[in-house]
Design a protein around this ligand. Sequence first.
Ligand code: SF4
Length: 376
Amino acid sequence: MSGIYIHIPFCKLACHYCDFHFSTSLKKKDELIHALAKELLMRKTEFEHTTVDTIYFGGGTPSLLSISEIQFLIDTIHQHFTVSEAPEITLEANPDDLSVSKIEMLAQSPVNRLSIGIQSFFEADLKLMNRAHNSTEAIECLEEATKHFDNISIDLIYGIPGLTNAKWQENIEKALSYNIPHISSYALTVEPKTALERFIKKGIIENVDDDAAQEQFHILIDTLEAHDFVHYELSNFGKANYFSRNNSAYWQGKPYLGIGPSAHSFNGNERSWNVRNNSIYIQNIENDILPKETETLTTTDKYNEYIMTGLRTIWGVSLDKVAQDFGKNYKDYLLLQAESFINQQLLYIDNEKLLVTKKGKFLSDGIASDLFKINL
Ligand code: SF4
């Protein structure tokens, strides 16, 4: 089983914190969509022996596409790939695009999962982040979307300057009031060269506070776990049967094909990434060139990736798998490196799986990098 990711590189506005690839000019939208369809055709041989089980429209803002554009891309996938009988088809959507009629039309389309970028229900947070929607739109789109879709995820951001724990708790409670089965939640991070970084440097926006973010992360875990959500990945919480199939496959090292500018792909041995520029991408595809770079992963790269993704999930890092796939010396190395974290109660071993404790969760990416091996 495998997945196809389609990157839609357009947004109405640039959110202050964002370092994804997108353009706020929609001038090349038609050309881009045709280039996406052509890239699917050009790369169909890469997936000829596998069945596509998930299709994910990410971005950027895929909800800027019309229903016929979405349908066209899904039809193109069906034309060139073997697709499972009941694929999970997710569309990332922003509240300001989800009018009543758009939601009704989406519900009639093959899209069966919405991932809505709510981020916050508070006007001040949305303004600070320069989101294109306001809190009324956040509420109205959820009221409507939940009438038509049962498989809905929303994104929420914590650690926003000025967001108190009480307001964060309100945000979570508001999300819970819609009875949605999946929540993805991230700490606001200051990426290099973003507007957020510039505003913080100039003193226009207060810096993010790691301690506050850590507290809010724990409030999130406690509140969602008390409402039957499983914290199945560091940033993801789902009710039973509603874990994202797309993301779970990615974390479990299954192959995926990334279509569109800046999209990444993985086939088990190689990782590749497309050029991060819409015009260059379109031009290359029109000239039958795949504008991608590829790297072949070494055993050490694969071990490092497995540690990084494994520690982020409830499936943990299987010590048997490490020994089997990478060799006993990797398992010995891992256990040696893990020892001090186990003593600090940041990691533990259960049933031959290395897992992060609740105390270690906020630090898990840093812990994982201390368990990495170096390519020599
Ligand atoms: S809508 Fe998403 S991709 Fe677009 S700028 Fe905002 S965070 Fe980035």
